[in-house]
Design a protein around this ligand. Sequence first.
Ligand code: F6P
Length: 523
Amino acid sequence: MKQLKAYQPLSALAEQLKQTHLNSLFDDNAQRFAQFHVQMPGIMLDFSKQKITQEVLDGLVSMAEEADLKQWIERLIEGDELNHTEGRKAWHTALRNVSNPVPEVAEQWDKMAFIVEELHLQQMRGYSGKAITDVVNIGVGGSDLGPLMITHALEMQKLPQSPDIHFVSTLDGRQLQSLLAKLNPETTLFIVASKSFTTIDTLSLAETAKSWMKANCQSNCQSQNAIMRHFIGVSANPAKMSEWGILPQMQLAFWDWVGGRFSMWSSIGLTIAIQHGMEGFKAMLEGAHAVDEHFRNAPFKENIPALLGLIGVWNTNFLNLAGQAILPYDSRLKHFAGYLEQLVMESNGKHTQRDGTFVDYRTCPILWGEVGPNAQHAFYQLLHQGTERVMSDFILFKEGQGSDERSTFHQNLNIANCLAQSRAMMVGQQSDDPHKHYPGDQVSNTLLLTRVDAYHLGMLVAIYEHKVFTESVIWNINPFDQWGVELGKKIALSILESIDQRDASELDQSTQGILQQIWEHKT
Ligand code: F6P
């Protein structure tokens, strides 16, 4: 990144802008909002509360051009092998081309549609002949977070014929245990969702679900197949699904060219299709596809994901901000920040450039977030008066959840609070009492969408996916691998062995000490 010609001029501009309060950028330019907002149908990005001038914007766009962003976008959407460290494409955009799908994708839609219809018509029946009433998605990371986030957001709009949907992910087994206590095995269907079908978190939970099923249907079940009718598998590894016992007709596929954190658009999104029908699922794909087209065709100065990415680079590498807060003003987006934590930090939390050399600049900031109105009463204090400079994304919807008087009242309150917070962070407040002094000058974006529905959520997620990709191009890193998560998994297996053998002598002192205390407690 530092070798790009635009880097030095941008650094010089950053030095000036670090000394310039956001307030004066507004005072000096009556056209600031007009100049620094962009939109496409369904979504508007206001970046006027960023420390950006026309010169900075021009410099960032030059940097994108120099880094060949246009060409990289083409390669992404054309399905080139961009994930070079794993020798794979990163072709999630091919999953959402509803009007012109690749044949293998369309084939999986047909299989999903069949399952969805069977469930909706109450024709999918368990071992005792009763119809399925509850569906439990067992998966973790990309095999959990996207469908969890979307089905939670759209729960109020679910089809009346949809069974209830539940998610379990944590390998401690607690979520599953408390859920099983409430469910009836005769009417429960598990979706074992795992791209690799080797993830211990998911397989250990699936085994527990299988034991529960077996224990309950012992006398009723004539065959092992009767139990396995309660398990759907979704994976890019059909051999492993079969080995685990998933029946061929209960298997849904996706492919190694779909990254786990980009997989909610594939059959991993089955729970979304169950809750909203294939029509609802495809509306989400269409929203994402509209963003793909925009990302591919809009000039960078009007390109929402490209601009968000360039603003991210500006804040991270030039203004030295290391924190990114995600603040949706709609409680239906309760799981959105969690979803982005994986998408953003598993993608760009990297220190190695594409050619294997280490970066000598910052990459991904630390991202966290919470539904705005709750976050106001939790961590906004730090945003207003802390010593860390943080960039925030406010996400707001024009429409609330209903049009009756109380709903309108709540939505107006919500809008007022969202705008008040981004304004307070920008403007600050002078006071003679140092405890009441707000410096302001905290930068933010506001994304304004029409409403919370499948189409707009598809847009929102695709915007962040492409933002992440834009940043990765400038940082010259591969956003599609995740080697950093492997070491911990390997060590966990060896510690599990030590626990089984009750011998920690090969481990470090701290690990030994902690295990010793646990063992002493148990005995
Ligand atoms: O450990 C990280 C990870 O590989 C993620 O990238 C992935 O989404 C998650 O684990 C789950 O993997 P799988 O879908 O293969 O079970």
